[in-house]
Design a protein around this ligand. Structure first.
Ligand SMILES: [Zn+2]
Length: 217
């Protein structure tokens, strides 16, 4: 016998999520029926869908448009960090390591899952750079196959549009606090490939190194 119609609808709704098959959808649906917190979940979903907009500048979900980050006059508009997902922005903001502005692609190239260049709204990014004020575009997509393909795609879009902007990629390499002996091959490979010149520590502000230039051309 089939499930009652409202339950069947719930199962079908769960089945729409990526990676959720019929069995998992049924399990989730029964969990919802048993859990008193399910009503709060339903209200949270409804609230998020009706109160969030996509920031027209950076693409991040926000309570208002433009979002708080884009509206903040204190941030450096010359640096634009391009990331895949809102959670990347969240992680970077939590770490307080970046004071420039963001652009969120809301995805990465993944032809197997039907995500290609059209879904990433690169035109919006190109238009944003064309409006001026941005000196450096930092590609902060994930260091995996999809992220690398996405970074290349963004670079091509910028070059094809003949935009005069510096394009950089986040460095890949040794995690701080790690030990060489414990790192796997891919990390070591990246670290070797992305090696950088070692510089002397900069002299204290106001003083210059005595009589010698230690950064050869
Ligand atoms: Zn924004």
């Amino acid at each position: 016998m089939a499930y009652p119609e409202p339950l069947e609808r719930l199962v079908a709704a769960f089945e729409c999520f990526p990676g959720v098959g019929r069995r998992s959808a049924e399990r989730l649906a029964f969990h919802v029926l048993r859990d008193p917190k399910a009503r709060e979940l339903a209200r949270a979903i409804e609230g998020a869908l009706s109160n969030l907009v996509r920031c027209s500048v950076c693409g991040n979900p926000a309570a208002k448009d433009p979002c708080e980050l884009c509206a903040d006059p204190e941030r450096d508009g010359a640096q634009l960090l391009v990331v895949e997902e809102p959670r990347d922005v969240e992680a970077l903001e939590r770490a307080r390591v970046f004071r420039g502005r963001y652009h969120v692609l809301l995805g990465a190239m993944n032809p197997a899952q039907g995500v290609d260049a059209r879904h990433l709204a690169l035109g919006r990014l190109v238009e944003r750079i064309r409006r001026g004020g941005i000196e450096e575009v930092i590609l902060g997509t994930d260091p995996d196959q999809e992220g690398e393909a996405t970074a290349r795609l963004v670079l091509e879009a910028i070059e094809d549009a003949r935009l005069s902007v510096r394009v950089t990629r986040l460095a890949r390499g040794l995690p701080a606090g790690s030990a060489i002996e414990y790192l796997h091959r891919g990390v070591l490979e990246d670290a070797l490939e992305g090696r950088v010149p070692l510089r002397r520590r900069a002299p204290p502000a106001g003083k210059t190194a005595p009589g010698r230039d230690d950064t050869p051309a």
